[in-house]
Ligand binder design. Structure first.
Ligand code: SAM
Ligand code: SF4
Length: 331
């Protein structure tokens, strides 16, 4: 049954939900997690597949039809393809996508495509094995690339996006290799600016290698032409002028796109977050487990979303980094 569309207090219609299915991860990326990992949530604290499905169905009925499953590393959640199947059976869900580090894609790509994943984003920060190890603290590049290749054998999974976090002092050396990779592979490469969501709190403004700097460096060697920006898009997409592939830039720090942000997030422990940088969360798990009716949950969601932040304040004086880091939020 269709419900009233979900709207925030600034008039923005919400259409996109990022669901973190676990806070655990098999990598330790420097820009996300500490080397020793984080204290993981207890199993009982994590939403069950049934609880996630109920909340997604309720939100989808309010017009939130784009569902992205993330984490932590979503593929480490046991039985993950079964959750995908449950969610893809919800009629009001338009698109189901997964963000993964790719380590388990060799094992799971086929099951996930069959279960109904429409789109994949795979995170790869370096195309050199030793530098990949340095950044993710896992010697896993060959395995990730094999997983990507397997994924590329499923035409229904296209377009496949590969995301690299751009950090000054590291990513400069990766820019042209990634540009060449974008030109010869079937993947759309996108650089994401480093955001202050790292557990080590090592972020400083000067560690952000901006999308514009990267774009200019690529353009000087392989000329680029902009594609029109789609509404709510996080990435600015460019095509290579000679027609050989596309490359994108997600610039949340240097060019925030909060104005038409249509996204909300659900953490693995059932907290609704209305912004990556929210300092407040709304607990949906407690009412869910206390037997709340759908219309009560709906009202809680509407009240929380009404207060969605107008914009983030990264780089402004007084900015406060949220207590949760990226892997615990669900990027
Ligand atoms: N583990 C999966 C992965 O790495 O793709 C999914 C979760 S991860 C938190 C989601 C995305 O957030 C990844 O593309 C990752 O590179 C990105 N990310 C993590 N920490 C970040 C940070 N501090 N700034 C920008 N992007 C970040
Ligand atoms: Fe894990 Fe993804 Fe965070 Fe890397 S970015 S530590 S793969 S959750």
């Amino acid at each position: 049954m269709g419900l009233e569309p979900l709207r925030d207090g600034h008039g923005r219609l919400i259409g996109d939900l990022r669901v973190s299915v676990t806070d655990r991860c098999n990598f330790r990326c420097q820009y996300c997690m500490p080397a020793e990992g984080l204290p993981w949530l207890e199993r009982a604290e994590i939403l069950t597949f049934e609880e996630i499905t109920r909340l997604v169905a309720l939100l989808a009925a309010m017009g939130v039809g784009d569902i992205r499953l993330t984490g932590g590393e979503p593929l480490v959640r046991r039985g993950f393809p079964a959750l995908v199947e449950m969610l893809s059976a919800i009629e009001a869900v338009d698109e189901l996508s997964v963000t993964t580090n790719g380590f388990l894609l060799e094992r799971d790509a086929q099951a996930l495509v069959r279960a109904g994943v429409d789109r994949f984003n795979v995170s790869v920060d370096s195309l050199q094995r030793d530098r990949f190890f340095q950044l993710t603290r896992r010697d896993a590049l060959p395995q990730v690339l094999r997983g990507l290749e397997l994924l590329a054998s499923f035409p229904e999974a296209y377009p496949i996006k590969v995301n690299a976090v751009a950090m000054r002092g590291f990513t400069e050396q990766e820019v042209l290799p990634f540009a060449r990779f974008a030109r010869r592979s079937p993947y759309e490469i996108r650089f994401i600016e480093f955001m202050p969501l790292d557990a080590d709190r090592a972020w400083t403004p000067d560690r952000v290698l901006t999308g514009e700097e990267i774009r200019a460096a690529i353009d000087a060697v392989y000329p680029l032409e902009p594609e029109p920006r789609e509404p709510h898009a996080t990435a600015r997409i460019y095509r290579f002028a000679d027609g050989r592939g596309k490359i994108g830039f997600i610039n949340p720090v240097s060019e925030p796109f909060c104005g038409d942000c249509n996204r909300i997030r659900l953490t693995a422990d059932g907290r609704l977050r209305t912004c990556l940088f929210s300092l407040n969360e709304t607990d949906l798990r407690a009412p869910l487990r206390a037997g709340a009716q759908d219309r009560e949950l709906e009202q809680m969601i509407r009240d929380a979303v009404w207060r969605k932040e107008l914009k983030h304040h990264v780089g402004e004086p007084g900015f406060i980094q949220p207590a949760r880091s990226m892997s615990a939020i669900g990027g």
